[in-house]
Structure formats: structure tokens, C-alpha cells
Design a protein around this ligand. Structure first.
Ligand code: PDD
Length: 294
């Protein structure tokens, strides 16, 4: 089946999708994006993703918003028409193309909007089962990481370096030695006493939707999450760690810079968090992820 995309209001075959090289997204990374998980053919937390998209656009003073009802419909239709039961929808909105390169943004932008859906395993993946090994790299990004900007060069370089060094992913470390987040995820650690820790929200990190959902699910179970910064050194002494993102959901981290955490295998707290999150998005864990109970 030909993969279908949606560009500026029109559904087209993905390979036919076109935008102008003068697009400000291309010239200046002047755009934002969202990646929303799909499970059982349903969007996961779409409203929160669209809220964050609108916030990102407001923070960048776009002045114009895409039509929210239309975006909701586009998500649903891309999922249905592309037969996606498990995967994600990618959505990007930029400040548009004007046939020239002008640093100054237009007052009333004509937005470029692009979306596509892709099938991909989210729950039963090697990393979700066995954990991922991360390296640390300096966080060289700009200081508005709360905006989900398409300016992702630092993250792309971090992940490329991780791969070149035989690791699975990268965690970003600020000059003060504190971990900010994963290259495309929020970072969490678990102490030997079972305390679950993740960095508090600020301009230093993205307010993850998966992170938010875990606060809800863990809170309902009466589990406390400590929101505080932790250093790379502390992370290496943690007994467990994991990341959260729409793409990897809850992914155990078993090694940081070659240092094994705890037993070197996904630990019981992380397994519990995976189970909770998978259940929250409608999975029958005994079938979809029996390994969380092992
Ligand atoms: N990234 N932090 C960063 C830097 C991210 O890029 C992401 C997500 C997250 C987690 O946010 P959420 O739980 O809303 O997915 C945190 C997406 C998945 C990506 O760039 O592909």
C-alpha cells in the first residue's frame, strides 16, 4: 500500500509530497513538530500533543494557528487510511515559504503543515524487552528545549555518536553535570530504595506527554515521583533507569557510559512502570508484553 501523507490540506502519496526549498522550516528550522503514538489503531494522548503543539507555536510567536479540528481529523484519517494499528503520526508546522530568505518572520505567516503515519512496533521491541545502553554527551542545544522545535541537529549528532560508539541512545548532560534528558526522550532514574526520580519541568527540557501520563498513572497507584535534577554520576549509581517518549514509550536503560546499572537487566520498578503505561494505553499486557511479568 502506498504510504499517504498530508501536506497543506491535501492527501498525497508520501513520495509525491512537496514543499518549497524557501520554506522557513528548511532555511531556519522555523517550525515545530509532534510525534503521537498510535496503539490499537487509536491516537494516544492526541489532545495533549495538540496542546503542546499550540504552546510551541505561541512561544515562537507564530500568530497563526493551524485548525485544531482539522488536525484531529488528519491524525485519525492517516491512521485509518494507512492501516496503522501500532506506530505513530508525525506532524510538522512551519512558518511557511515566501520565495526568499529573510531572517525577519512575517506578521501573518502562511503555515506549511505536513503529517504522515507510520506503522512500527512500540511495545514489543528489543529495547523495551532488554533495555538500551546509553552514552552521555554534552547538551549543546539552545535554551528553549521546552519548545518542540524541528531544530534537532544536536540530538541527531548525539544519536549518531551513540551508534558510532556501539550504544543505543544518548543522554544529554548540561555543563553543570546534571542530566537534562535523553536525545529524544525524558530521562528517569530509580534509587536503591525504589524512589523514582525525573527532572522538573523548565526551559531545560521538553515537557514529555509520556512523562505527563506516567505522573497520572503512577499517582493513581499511590506512587510518588520525585521531581529533581540528578547528575550523570548519580545516574551511574542508580539501580535502574528508563526513558519515556511517544516512540519508545517506557524503555529501560541498563547501561550508561559502559557502567551497568543494578543487575544490568531491566529492573522490577521499570517493569512495573512499563506494565502500568502499556495498560493505560489499552494493551493487554499478558499478550502484548508478557516479559514485563518475568
Ligand atoms: N521526541 N525530550 C525530547 C528532547 C524529545 O525529543 C522527546 C520526544 C521527549 C518525550 O516527549 P513525549 O513523551 O511527548 O514523546 C522528551 C519525539 C518522540 C521525537 O523527536 O521523535
Amino acid at each position: 500500500m502506498t504510504r499517504q501523507a498530508w501536506v497543506n490540506g491535501v492527501y498525497v502519496a508520501a513520495e509525491e509530497a512537496r514543499i518549497s526549498p524557501f520554506d522557513r522550516g528548511f532555511l531556519f528550522a522555523d517550525g515545530v513538530y509532534e510525534v503521537t503514538a498510535v496503539y490499537n489503531g487509536q491516537m494516544v494522548d492526541m489532545e495533549r500533543h495538540l496542546d503542546r503543539l499550540e504552546r510551541s507555536l505561541r512561544e515562537l510567536k507564530f500568530g497563526t494557528m493551524p485548525n485544531r479540528k482539522e488536525l484531529e481529523e488528519v491524525h485519525r484519517r492517516l491512521v485509518a487510511d494507512n492501516g496503522v494499528t501500532e506506530g505513530y503520526v508525525y506532524l510538522q508546522v512551519t512558518r511557511g515559504a515566501y520565495g526568499q530568505r529573510d531572517f525577519v518572520a512575517p506578521d501573518k505567516p502562511k503555515l506549511t503543515c505536513f503529517a504522515y503515519a507510520e506503522s512500527r512496533a512500540l511495545i514489543d521491541t528489543p529495547h523495551a524487552r532488554n533495555g538500551s545502553r546509553v552514552i552521555s554527551v554534552p547538551d549543546i542545544r539552545w535554551s528553549r528545549r521546552d519548545i518542540k522545535s524541528v531544530g534537532l541537529l544536536a540530538q541527531a549528532l548525539a544519536k549518531t555518536e551513540a551508534k558510532a560508539r556501539g550504544a543505543d541512545d544518548a543522554w544529554l548532560v548540561a555543563p553543570d553535570g546534571f542530566v537534562t534528558e535523553g536525545a529524544s526522550s525524558n530521562a528517569w532514574i530509580v534509587t536503591k530504595d525504589g524512589e523514582i526520580i525525573t527532572r522538573a519541568l523548565s526551559n531545560m527540557i521538553l515537557a514529555g506527554i509520556t512523562r505527563h501520563a506516567l505522573f497520572d498513572s503512577l499517582g493513581q497507584q499511590g506512587h510518588k515521583i520525585t521531581e529533581r535534577s540528578f547528575t550523570l554520576e548519580e545516574a551511574k549509581t542508580a539501580t535502574e533507569a528508563f526513558t519515556t517518549a511517544a516512540t519508545g514509550l517506557v524503555t529501560p536503560v541498563t547501561e550508561i557510559d559502559g557502567v551497568k546499572l543494578g543487575s544490568g537487566k531491566p529492573g522490577p520498578t521499570t517493569r512495573g512502570v512499563q506494565k502500568l503505561y502499556y495498560t493505560a494505553i489499552g494493551a493487554d499486557v499478558s499478550k502484548a508484553a508478557p516479559w514485563v511479568n518475568e
